[in-house]
Design a protein around this ligand. Sequence first.
Ligand code: SAM
Length: 240
Amino acid sequence: MNPTETWFAELLKERGVALTPLQLQQFQRYFELLVEWNEKMNLTGITDREAVYEKHFYDSVTLSFFMRMDEFASIADIGSGAGFPSLPLKICFPHLKVTIVDSLNKRIQFLRHVVETLKLENVSCVHGRAEDIGRMPELRDAFDLVTARAVARLSGLNELCLPFAKKGGTFAAMKGSDPAEETQEAKRSLRELKSEYRETHHLKLPFEQSDRHIIIIRKLAETPSKYPRKVGLPLKQPIL
Ligand code: SAM
């Protein structure tokens, strides 16, 4: 193991996530593909091995520090970009059935290649806008867990993400700096989307020590048929 893999495996093990050699190999291959494809398309501004493992891989898996992943069977990751947080979570918790939605087709092509190369089963990568995909009957009110990392402000993000969660399901919005203000601002959108705020978890990345927050929302009832509104509206005119 190289030094990066050593700290990565050790820190995750301390949090109860024990990785096998195969899982470490999958992260290694994911890192290589990310750097290789990043030369042809814009996937990430971070390509240094240490930084990718800390700010993308480790950061994605932090969600599992606060919730038991074995309680979730299905997860939808909205605006996944280069696969965060869902692919690191899938590598660590192979039982998850993952659906990724992103509006940039090139990123979806990259993700399909990663999924195939890493031989990840039960991962489907869907190209499209969450506003449209969230109306597809098989994906609406359907998932145990919905995630979105660094996609948009919560008031608009709720409308993009909550339609995917099943009644009783969870939405976890992963953020950088303190989201207290945007959480306040998102109160009405939560009511409209039949959901309630639960809590916000705070952590720091292990080396860089930058702040991370995970907002936990619970969906109480099915999404009203008027949501999500037309493409663009949730972020341009959020429910306030
Ligand atoms: N979640 C990733 C991460 O943490 O690295 C990517 C974050 S990136 C800033 C936001 C992603 O959301 C982009 O890949 C973009 O294509 C996607 N996106 C933005 N609006 C979207 C929408 N309405 N529907 C689906 N994907 C969207």
